[in-house]
Design a protein around this ligand. Structure first.
Ligand code: M6R
Length: 582
């Protein structure tokens, strides 16, 4: 995770406060601590701070500057462990995203050479290793290459050397792009840092390294390479909060449009994917909410005679031996940068397996690795929690699941019919009930969520939403499973959210009764009110689309729980939007 940015002016220098706002725009990638280094003549000046990036107050201008916002992996959240990291001679300042797996070995080697270390990070070895190789290299680039050859693991790196008017960079398995502005080149983890300046972007490939100054030089395997400039096709306004207090609420509200936008797909591609699922071994691979989205659509796949295997990307290694040219990986990811997923996809690709992705971010690593992309079309999702991307993923998967049974256009129409239900669920009047419920639940230590069939996945996603943003322990269960253990946790007043379909799986009502008998406070999410409920949230719509509809009140509930507890729903503790480490 972590966000990095390096700015090299080709004509005008940059105001440091502006540069700090560029780092701030990457803070969805990590917000434990932040820092920057700028070069003034032959001198490097560094500033670092623990905590979220404040509104910029820095004074002055810089021509070459690098910055970082951290999501801690190695080493606690302290100023010493904050990036940029400085070499022993203080000539090199470096920022890094990723993990250096052999850092201990390299650290010991450097210690034997007389290097000392002030922090606990894996990153700190990199500027020192470059410094070490500079002793026997003709220039900085050669020393950098020798360093890269010694590093094991994943990284995106940028650094400054006090004697050079260049910003050096490299990437391996961590995203890095270069923005091409009229008066600057900007190397960054993501386009968000420069989208308001330029829409021209170069997507660096794995193994690329080089530098920017007034121009860009890229090498790969010791050879100079050329990378095309692409155009970013989304607008900066989409990444702004507008009248909303938080991105989370904005993104929940947008679902009335985004579900519809996600249905704008090439029908032939959707049918082709469905056919592949029928005729070949298809593995749906994803993490977190994207995985839950696949599980939410599973019932529809099974009903229609399709049986894809749904696997967490981080568990995919066990399936790798079954991959061949006849298999397909359907990768699902909002960011397209989740490292566990990228690793799984790369392995599958090396076996000749076809890669099809449902992905939101165009130009992301996943979209570039895939043979075919189904873009989610929901615009940037800034809040760390997946909301609009989740319902879009479910909608697209529902299209695929139906494609062999009904015509894609008919499937689209069916989903479009629930748009008015989504409109109500995301409205302020519907949110009144979830807000009221959040007042009842705000002091709870545990919340259990229960569903059967397609609502089991909704229960899992609901628990994930509640816990990641409100820090209340929440766990999702299949209704049939509670009597096999979890029911032991029920005490007087334990909140249990129960998803009750209109017709399918009515056994869930018996499960709710079993819980109520043991003292549970039952919150029903359903179209009809049932006697067993202590609190009811009305959700109207066909059972088939329950995974899209019934999750929306829980997204809102999670949001209000966080706000009521004084937490920032857009940036929950310990989390980051793109999970680019193992
Ligand atoms: O970008 P991806 O969809 O690959 O991300 C996968 C998960 O990291 C993500 O869904 C995560 O679980 C969210 N925080 C859930 O709200």
């Amino acid at each position: 995770m972590c966000g990095i940015v390096g700015y090299s002016s080709t004509s005008n220098s940059i105001d440091l406060s502006e540069f700090v706002s560029m780092i701030k725009s990457l803070d969805y990638r990590g917000y434990d601590s932040w820092g920057f280094t700028f070069k003034d003549k032959d001198h490097l000046t560094t500033e670092k701070q623990v905590g979220k990036i404040p509104t910029p107050t820095q004074k002055g201008n810089a021509t070459f500057v690098i910055g970082h916002t951290r999501w801690a992996t190695h080493g606690k959240v302290t100023e010493d462990n904050t990036h940029p990291h400085i070499s022993n001679s203080k000539n090199i300042s470096l920022v890094h995203n990723g993990i250096i797996e052999n850092y201990e070995e390299l650290k010991n080697k450097l210690k034997k050479e007389g290097f000392t270390f002030y922090g606990e990070t894996d990153t700190e070895i990199i500027p020192n290793l470059i410094e070490f190789h500079l002793r026997n290299s003709k220039d900085i680039l050669e020393a950098f290459k020798k360093t890269l050859d010694e590093l094991e693991g994943t990284f995106a790196i940028t650094f400054l050397h006090n004697s050079s008017n260049k910003i050096f960079f490299a990437r391996r398995d961590s995203p890095l792009v270069v923005g091409v502005d009229k008066d600057a080149l900007i190397v960054s983890s993501d386009v968000t840092s420069f989208i308001d300046r330029t829409k021209n972007v170069i997507y660096l490939e794995d193994g690329d390294y080089g530098y920017i100054n007034s121009e860009i030089k890229i090498l790969n395997r010791n050879k100079e390479v050329h990378r095309e400039i692409s155009k970013i096709d989304w607008d900066v306004d989409k990444a702004k909060k507008g009248d909303f207090k938080h991105f989370m609420l904005k993104e929940i509200s947008e679902q009335v449009d985004t579900v519809k936008q996600s249905l704008m797909q090439d029908s032939e591609l959707i049918t082709a994917v469905a056919n592949r699922i029928k005729s070949s071994k298809v593995y749906i691979v994803a993490c977190g909410s994207s995985y839950n989205a696949a599980k939410a659509a599973e019932t529809e796949f099974l009903k229609n005679g399709l049986m894809p295997r749904i696997v967490h990307a981080h568990e995919f290694e066990q399936y790798e031996k079954f991959l061949s040219e006849n298999s397909t990986v359907l990768a699902i990811s909002q960011s397209g940068e989740t490292l566990d997923l990228i690793k799984a996809v790369k392995t599958a690709k090396s076996r000749g397996t076809q890669i099809i992705s449902i992905v939101n971010v165009q130009g992301s690593s996943l979209s570039r690795l895939s043979d075919q992309n189904i873009f989610m079309n929901v615009g940037p999702e800034i809040c760390v929690l997946s909301t609009k991307s989740y319902t879009a993923q479910v909608a697209i998967l529902m299209l695929i699941a139906s494609a062999l049974v009904i015509k894609p256009n008919q499937a689209k129409q069916e989903i479009e019919e629930i748009i008015r239900n989504i409109y109500y669920l995301t409205s302020e009047s519907a949110r009144k009930y979830t807000k009221e419920l959040s007042q009842i639940l705000r002091y709870s230590n545990h919340i259990f969520t229960i569903g059967r069939g397609r609502d089991y996945a909704t229960a899992m996603e609901a628990a994930l939403k509640i816990k990641e943003v409100s820090y209340i322990h929440a766990e999702g269960f299949a209704g049939g499973e509670i009597k096999h253990g979890p029911i032991a946790m029920i005490e007087h007043g334990t909140p249990c959210i129960v998803f009750v379909p209109n017709k399918e799986n009515q056994d869930i009502l018996s499960n709710a009764q079993e819980l109520k008998t043991r003292g549970a406070f039952i919150i029903g999410i359903s179209e009809k009110k049932h006697e067993v409920f202590d609190y009811w949230i009305k959700v109207v719509g066909p059972d088939k689309f329950s995974p899209i509809l019934r999750i929306i009140p829980i997204q809102a509930l999670s949001y209000y729980l966080a706000v009521m507890k004084g937490l920032d729903p857009d940036k929950p503790r310990n989390l980051a939007k793109s999970v680019t480490v193992k």
